[in-house]
Design a protein around this ligand. Structure first.
Ligand code: HEM
Length: 421
């Protein structure tokens, strides 16, 4: 976890607060690979606790998480400490990083958030997204032609990553041949935004700052090009709805969309494949009854959603489930733990694609609820329709799934499977 997060929190007084997780290293690889035992035990004890290691409040109960996301006293504007933290040597790149991220709608409170979100709402309406189904399916079919049958294949690198990258690139008018470069920039930016635990801090600042600079320059060109030659894509629609926004605000939110549009969805697709491989009968069940595909995607989102946690910042002293969170303190909203809360879900540890009520929090809640949820669902569903229609079976090859070493995002880093034709 970045030192800057600690810097944002309270001072010495906090050290005396009860901390049920004291002595547990939350960045230990074994906990990252299987976080639920630790956070689930905490949820059973108390849904809101102080934690010294994260230097913030850890919220695990479903109701407490929902309230935290809907609370008007919670802010998402929490970037300043990161930028102040940087050393003189990387200050220039980090300033660019601060400028780019500082305009992202996901890090903005109203009224700026409202204005930014309005510019994109039309394009992401569920009805609009449904129309993309044939285009998404064509990309799925294309990718499947290159997957070997009967030999191990890493489904992250060869399927779950390229699918959302191609979809989002096409939607915003990014040429396919630039997607690899975009992936490198996105990964570097992700190391900062997602507080990766597998790289050292100074290097993260340097790489992410450089990626932000390059992405900003590339997306300004994309914007200029779309202004000069409008077309029927999301970039042109955003420009058409961008009254009152500066060029920087548009460009910086294009960076957000291109990043958010593939990073998280890659994890959803790979996690859904992981859950199908855990029990081969699930794959057969989908072949026999494709109507179970949406339920399978929702259950993957519930049990191992890509957004493991969200971070909020108390704008004022506020009360959450009987706890006073003082002004200025960080709050970690543990979505995946909330999604296994027995108070909300029957048999929460069971993967049940036929679950009748599945009000999981995988896409968040409130004004920042994921704008891309209909697109992510479409991609996840088309991926599973494609795989179950095309192959007789799919099972783990080798030791199984390697999970990403990340506190905020959950998803397989590598997932080798054997496909049978
Ligand atoms: C399975 C895939 C995805 C998951 C799990 C996911 C999850 C989330 C979550 C939890 C939030 C709320 C963040 C907060 O409240 O702090 C969010 C916001 C957002 N997501 Fe997604 N997302 C996914 C895919 C996408 C896609 C495909 C796009 C766009 C192409 C996208 C664009 C956004 C944007 C723009 C926001 C900010 C919305 C706002 O602040 O109003 N996401 N996402």
């Amino acid at each position: 976890m970045h030192d800057a997060i600690r810097e944002a929190g309270p001072g010495k007084a906090a050290e005396n607060r009860p901390d049920p997780l004291a002595g547990t290293n939350l960045t230990d690889p074994s906990i990252i690979a299987d976080p639920h035992p630790v956070y689930g035990a905490l949820q059973a004890e108390t849904p809101v606790v102080w934690n010294q290691q994260l230097h913030g409040w850890v919220v695990t109960g479903y109701e407490a998480c929902r309230k935290a996301m809907l609370h008007p006293g919670m802010s998402v504007e929490k970037l300043d400490p990161f930028v102040r933290h940087s050393s003189a040597a990387d200050r220039k790149n980090v300033e660019t990083l601060g400028e780019v991220l500082g305009d992202w709608m996901v890090f903005k409170d109203p009224p700026t958030h409202t204005q930014l979100r309005r510019s994109l709402k039309d394009a992401f309406m569920p009805a609009e997204i449904r129309e993309l189904q044939p285009r998404v399916r064509a990309i799925v079919d294309d990718l499947m032609t290159a997957l070997p049958v009967g030999a191990p294949v890493d489904m992250v690198a060869n399927f779950a990553f390229p699918l959302p990258a191609m979809v989002i690139g096409d939607l915003f008018g990014m040429p396919r041949e630039e997607l690899d470069t975009l992936k490198t920039w996105s990964d570097d930016l992700g190391k900062f935004v997602l507080a990766s635990v597998d790289a050292e801090q100074d290097r993260i600042y340097l790489l992410a700052g450089e990626a932000a600079r390059q992405m900003k320059a590339r997306f300004q060109v994309l914007l200029d090009d779309h202004r000069a030659n409008p077309r029927d894509d999301f970039t042109s629609r955003m420009i058409a709805n961008s009254d009152g926004l500066t060029d920087d605000q548009i460009v910086h939110n294009l960076v957000l969309l291109l990043w958010a549009g593939h990073e998280t969805t890659t994890n959803l697709i790979a996690t859904s494949i992981h859950h199908l491989c855990r029990d081969p009968a699930r794959f057969t069940a989908l072949k026999d009854d494709p109507a179970r595909v949406p339920g399978t995607v929702e259950e993957s989102l519930r049990m191992d959603g890509p957004a493991q946690m969200l971070v909020r910042f108390a704008k004022e002293d506020l009360e959450l489930e009987g706890h006073i969170i003082p002004k200025g303190e960080m709050v970690y909203v543990m979505l995946n733990t909330a999604n296994r809360d027995p108070a909300m879900f029957d048999a929460p540890e069971a993967f049940d694609a036929a679950r009748e009520v599945n009000k999981h929090l995988g896409f968040g809640r409130g004004i920042h609820m994921c704008l891309g949820a209909p697109l992510a669902r479409l991609e996840g569903e088309q991926a599973l329709h494609g795989l179950t229609e095309c192959y007789a079976s799919m099972r783990f090859a080798g030791p199984g799934t390697e999970w990403r070493q990340n506190l905020i995002i959950r998803g397989p880093r590598k997932l080798e499977v054997l496909l049978a034709g």
